[in-house]
Write a protein that binds this ligand. Structure first.
Ligand code: ADP
Length: 358
C-alpha cells in the first residue's frame, strides 16, 4: 500500500471552483478560464509515494507545490479528488480525526522554521510532543535522541539565537524526527540556506534516510536538489504534472521541451550512474577489469577510469559483469563537446567509439 496517494487532486480558489474543475478536467489550460475569476493552483494531480521513498515535487514558483503539500496533510481541503494516507482517505475525516492523524503520521518541516526564542534547543525539538501531551521525561528523551541524529547533541541547552541558520534548520528536522511519524513533508526546507550548508543538509538527510527509512515528500524549486534527493521526482508546471520519474528518467527522457530546458542546468555527472551509462561488456576481457557497482555516480567513475588503463566492469551483487564503462561511454553520456574530451586520458583499448573522443 502506498504511504501517500493523490488521486485526481484539484485545488481551485474562487467562487466558481467546481465549474472550473469541469473545464480543467477536459484538459483546458488554467489561463483559458480566467473569465471565471478563479485561481487553479493544483490541477488533476495523481501520484503514489511508496513507504521509505523520497518523493520530490519540483516546480517554479506558482506551480502549485505549497498548495499540494497542504492538501497532503489535510490543512487545505481539495476542490476535487482524494488524498490517501496509508490507505485512509483523509478528505472524509472529521477535523478531530484529521488532527489525530497528523499528529501520529505526518510531520512538516518548513523553510522558515518558527523556533521558540526563549526555549532551549531541546525544548524546541520536543515541542510537537508537548502539544500532544506526552510526558516531559519521554519527550525530552526522544528529542535528545533526535538532536543526536542531526548532529546537535551538544547544543541541547542553548537558545535558538545562539545557532546558525543551518543549525536552526536542523532543529526543525529534529522536531519532525522527535515526533517519529512515518511521513515527513518538507516544504522548501533547505531553500533559505547558503549553498554549502544546503549541500551538507542534503547529505545529512540522505544519511538519515538510509538509517530511518521515512517516507519523505520534499518540495523544491531547484532541480539539482530534486535530482540529488529524490528517488522519484514529480515536475509540476502551472498546476499540472508534466512528468513523474527517477532522476535518470527525467534527465535522459524529459517528457517535453519544458522539462528538457530545466535539465540543461543539471550536473549530469552527479545524477547519472554506472548502470545508466554502461555499454555491453566483452565478458572474457572484462573479468580482469576493475569493478564498480551499478549505482556508482559517474563523477566517481570518471576519476577511477582515468586512473587505470582499461575500462571499468560494472558488476551486480553476485559479482557478475553486466556492462562496461570507458571514458568514451562517460563522455557520450554527459554529452560533452568534443574539444573538452581531449582532457580525458586516452586508452589503448577497443571499446572506444569512432569519433566520440579524439
Ligand atoms: P508554489 O508553492 O509552487 O509557489 P503555490 O501553491 O503557493 O505555488 O501557488 C499556486 C497558485 O495558487 C499561485 O497562483 C498562487 O497565487 C495561488 N494561491 C495559493 N494560495 C492561494 C489562496 N489562498 N487564494 C488564492 N490563490 C492562492
Amino acid at each position: 500500500m502506498p504511504a501517500v496517494r493523490a488521486n485526481h487532486l484539484y485545488k481551485v480558489f474562487g467562487k466558481r471552483a467546481s465549474q472550473a474543475v469541469a473545464l480543467l478536467s477536459d484538459g483546458r489550460h488554467r489561463d483559458t478560464i480566467k473569465d471565471l475569476n478563479v485561481t487553479a493552483a493544483v490541477i488533476d494531480v495523481s501520484f503514489e509515494v511508496q513507504p521509505g521513498e523520497i518523493f520530490v515535487v519540483m516546480g517554479l514558483s506558482g506551480s502549485g507545490k505549497s498548495t499540494l503539500i497542504r492538501m497532503l496533510n489535510g490543512l487545505l481541503p481539495p476542490t476535487a479528488g482524494t488524498v490517501e494516507i496509508d490507505g485512509t482517505d483523509i478528505t472524509t475525516l472529521s477535523r478531530r480525526a484529521l488532527r489525530a492523524l497528523r499528529g501520529e503520521k505526518i510531520s512538516m518541516v518548513f523553510q522558515h522554521f518558527a523556533l521558540l526564542p526563549h526555549r532551549t534547543v531541546l525544548e524546541n525539538a520536543a515541542y510537537g510532543l508537548e502539544v500532544r501531551g506526552v510526558s516531559r521525561a519521554e519527550r525530552h528523551e526522544r528529542a535528545a535522541h533526535a538532536l543526536d541524529l542531526v548532529g546537535l547533541g551538544d547544543w541541547k541547552d542553548h537558545l535558538p539565537n545562539q545557532l546558525s541558520g543551518g543549525m536552526q534548520q536542523r532543529v526543525g528536522l529534529a522536531r519532525a524526527l522527535t515526533a517519529d511519524t512515518d511521513i515527513i513533508l518538507m516544504d522548501e526546507a533547505f531553500s533559505a540556506l547558503d549553498p554549502l550548508i544546503r549541500r551538507d543538509m542534503q547529505t545529512q538527510l540522505l544519511q538519515l534516510q538510509a538509517e530511518l527509512g521515512k517516507t519523505i515528500v520534499f518540495i523544491t524549486h531547484d532541480l539539482n536538489e530534486a535530482m540529488r534527493l529524490g528517488n522519484r521526482i514529480c515536475v509540476l508546471r502551472d498546476g499540472r504534472v508534466v512528468q513523474i520519474g527517477t532522476p535518470e528518467e527525467i534527465l535522459n527522457h524529459p517528457a517535453d521541451d519544458y522539462v528538457a530546458r530545466f535539465t540543461e542546468d543539471v550536473d549530469r555527472s552527479r545524477v547519472l550512474t554506472a548502470a545508466s551509462v554502461m555499454e555491453p561488456a566483452p565478458k572474457a576481457e572484462a573479468a580482469d577489469w576493475e569493478r564498480v557497482a551499478p549505482d556508482a555516480p559517474v563523477v566517481e567513475l570518471f576519476q577511477r577510469v582515468a586512473a587505470c588503463d582499461s575500462p571499468l566492469a560494472v558488476v551486480d551483487k553476485e559479482d557478475r559483469v553486466i556492462g562496461a564503462v570507458s571514458p568514451t561511454t562517460i563522455l557520450s553520456a554527459l554529452a560533452m563537446p568534443e574539444e573538452a574530451s581531449s582532457a580525458v586520458p586516452s586508452l589503448a583499448n577497443g571499446t572506444r567509439r569512432e569519433g566520440a573522443a579524439k
